[in-house]
Write a protein that binds this ligand. Structure first.
Ligand code: CMC
Length: 376
């Protein structure tokens, strides 16, 4: 047995060919390609192909992959009916977790775990999840469901189903970049969760359902909603200093900062910062961007020496707000993208599976007498 590491920090628990992180230098690569190159030049569809196939697609391969995805955009009617029965005040991450689980009950072959089945199921779930999130958002607003449009990209189609009109090129591209940036990130908590579940040879729906449950936590993907709450709590840029200093003095966490792996600025935050700045200017939300960059300045001064810098969630809050998304859709957006990463890891796990079963260091007493209940 190796030494106990709280939170499994520093423990290597799987091999992956999908993403590489150098936390000290602030580097992230998907299959060896720097994340900035992908966010500048790729699309979400191409990025998922890259992660699943460990190579960039040729033109024909990309066209075929995209067509397969678009063919599957429409979710089963029964799931849409189920969404219409859900409480309108339910959190969207709870809904997403529930509908991914429910999709498994509409798959006659849900338990198949051969690699081809895993790939096909991954494609279907990835294709349908946006419609399910959009369907719930419209249901809670008393609006009719809008069927997916297979002539649209993954990003365009989601915004179309949500809002009932096709997004501008700028908004669709901004959303596409967010999807690229969130697609994979080593053995983060939700990815580990998915790999742990599939390692029992359970089923892909169970693994993804568990991953959604993990992602929603405020220390993980839920932080992007926490960032927006914080930005709303700070009335003006001039109030940021007092707000942050009070939080730090109380030993509270500033959402969107810090990372188990990065001790430098998360490269995704660098990309999202540029995006947030541009979108904030375009949409009249410069106050949000200015508050964010002020918070970053204070945090760098106060805790930068401890390696606490903005992570992916910090500027994604402003970005999603400017795209017009409601607060409780922020973490589901992370999930829609990360479904690509989770599925890739599930396929990797199934390719060379070994059951995850770590040990626990027992710290309780030994050789205790059994005392009958009436004598305790
Ligand atoms: N604000 C203030 N102090 C912080 C923060 C923060 N956001 N993050 C870490 N620290 C301090 C912490 O108080 C501790 O200080 P000390 O040594 O004086 O007690 C030190 O840094 C180490 O913290 P830790 O909790 O042991 O570090 P960790 O590796 O377990 O934490 C983290 C990683 C992400 C849970 C943490 O940085 C955090 O809670 N951040 C805020 C939530 C957040 O933004 N989460 C998103 C993570 S990135 C994307 C994702 O996974 O979804």
């Amino acid at each position: 047995m190796t030494e106990y590491s709280k939170g499994l920090e520093g423990v290597i628990a799987a091999e992956t060919e999908m993403s590489f992180i150098d936390g000290k230098k602030g580097v992230l690569e998907y299959v060896g390609i720097p994340i900035g190159e992908l966010s500048a030049n790729s699309t979400f569809e191409e990025t998922v192909f890259l992660l699943w196939n460990k190579k960039l697609p040729k033109k024909g391969e990309l066209a075929e992959f995209t067509a397969q995805l678009r063919d599957r955009y429409a979710p089963p009617e029964q799931i849409l009916d189920m969404i219409r029965t859900l409480p309108k005040e339910a959190g969207t991450m709870h809904v997403l977790r529930t509908v991914i689980s429910a999709l498994g009950m509409h798959d006659d072959d849900a338990n198949a775990n051969d690699l081809e089945a895993a790939r096909q199921k991954s494609l279907t779930i990835l294709a349908q999840a946006p419609a399910l999130v959009a369907a719930f958002d419209r249901h809670r607003k008393g609006r009719d469901y809008i069927a997916p449009d297979p002539s649209l990209t993954f990003a365009e189609n989601f915004l179309y189903m949500l809002n009932g009109k096709k997004p501008t090129e700028t908004m669709a591209r901004a959303f596409d970049i967010c999807m690229i940036l969130h697609a994979d990130h080593g053995l983060n908590n939700s990815t580990f969760t998915a790999r742990v579940v599939i390692s029992t040879l359970s089923d892909i729906y169970s693994a993804l359902t568990a991953a959604v449950g993990s992602l929603r936590g405020p220390l993980h993907g839920g932080a992007n909603e926490g960032v927006m709450v914080m930005l709303n709590e700070i009335p003006t840029v001039a109030d940021a200093e007092k707000y942050v200093m009070e939080k730090l003095a109380n030993k509270d966490r500033i959402m969107g900062f810090g990372h188990r792996v990065y001790k430098a600025k998360d490269p995704r935050a660098t990309d999202l910062q540029k995006l947030a700045k541009k979108l904030a200017e375009d949409t009249g939300n410069t106050d949000l961007y200015e508050k964010s960059s002020k918070i970053e300045e204070i945090m760098e001064r106060e805790v930068g020496s401890k390696g606490i810098y903005p992570n992916v969630d910090f500027y994604s809050a402003t970005t999603y707000h400017c795209i017009g998304l409601e607060l409780d859709l922020f973490t589901p957006m992370f999930a829609l993208s990360r479904l690509g990463g989770w599925s890739g890891h599930i396929i990797e796990q199934l390719t060379d599976n070994r059951l995850f079963r770590p040990g626990a260091k027992y710290v309780g007493p030994h050789d205790q007498p059994y005392t009958p209940v009436e004598k305790r």
